[in-house]
Ligand binder design. Structure first.
Ligand code: GLU
Length: 295
């Protein structure tokens, strides 16, 4: 029999952020990962995405383990906790910087809002935020270096045009295999990273970003199948660029439909969607939660 962590087996992961309690949307993702891992004879890994130390809390991490255990899920121990791996993300960032693809940006959200307000029709990224409106060339490298040395807070951004050119040079036209959950059929999706503009790779207050940490971790954990909500599908384009530049393998992807509330909004911590903890306290059984989560 294959060992639990036999790396030749397909590997799936559930990757929640401990910045609130899990809701039915999380249960759906976790349970779909479990079901697909089981069907593929694969492994189920867990990753705690807690790079935002200001918003993540140990009690929410503890609640994740509690909720998943209650649901009857089993994952390989230990879970990977992102805050234990800032050095890893730092070295990936260093490699991108060495390729000449990273620059310090000092503009605040307010600066960006004001710049965009005076440019009607300025595009938004797939998350709805304005594409970064200040070109890298708008400030000389020397001026950037001076501000960094002077202790001005800055974010590090990916120079998307250059990054894409280098990525395509090394990996060819970018696209990923999107696997349909029901049929198991894979279809190539053409990546559109330009829609994101110069994304942030490290924030002023956090030494990495979701995009960078997720590609490093998927590779470190040997993830072969990423199963996550459809809201993250556009971000895959950014992930492909980073994988190509860092020489990391691209997993297969399945982006599953999202659960909506009575008003048609996607479930989210920020709108106070009912938590699994509350459902449990109100007497719901794991079987009922599976059904409510659409499994
Ligand atoms: N941490 C992300 C979330 O909770 C999921 C990231 C991913 O699956 O790539 O929405």
């Amino acid at each position: 029999m294959a060992a639990m962590n036999d790396i030749s087996r397909p590997a799936f992961r559930f990757a929640p952020s401990p910045n609130g309690l899990l809701h039915l949307g999380h249960a759906r993702s976790a349970l779909l990962n479990e079901a697909m891992a089981r069907a593929a004879g694969g492994r189920l890994l867990l990753r705690i995405e807690d790079i935002d130390l200001a918003r993540c809390r140990p009690e929410f991490e503890a609640a994740i383990y509690e909720d998943l255990t209650w649901l009857g899920l089993d994952w390989e121990r230990p879970a990977r906790r992102q805050s234990d791996h800032f050095a890893d993300y730092g070295s990936a960032l260093g490699r991108l910087a060495a390729l000449g693809l990273v620059y310090a940006s000092f503009e605040s959200r307010g600066d960006i809002r004001r710049a965009v307000a005076s440019r009607p029709g300025w595009p938004s990224d797939p998350d709805g935020a304005p594409v970064f409106p200040f070109a890298r060339e708008g400030m000389s490298e020397a001026e950037r270096a001076r501000l960094v040395a002077a202790g001005e807070p800055y974010a590090l951004r990916l120079d998307m045009a250059r990054a894409l050119a280098q990525a395509v040079e090394s990996a060819g036209p970018l696209g990923w295999q999107e696997v349909d959950r029901a049929t198991g059929r894979a279809e190539r999706v053409v990546a559109d990273p330009r829609a994101w503009g110069d994304v942030i790779l490290a924030r002023k207050d956090v030494p990495t970003s979701y995009h960078l940490a997720v590609v490093v971790d998927d590779a470190r954990q040997g993830i072969t199948h990423v199963v996550r909500g459809a809201d993250l599908k556009p971000a895959t384009s950014v992930h492909l660029v980073l994988q190509a530049l860092l020489g990391l393998p691209a997993p297969l992807y399945t982006h599953h439909s999202l659960l909506l509330d009575a008003e048609g909004r996607k479930l989210s911590k920020s709108i106070g969607s009912q938590s699994l903890k509350t459902l449990r306290a109100e007497g719901a059984t794991p079987g009922e939660v599976r059904r409510l989560a659409g499994l």
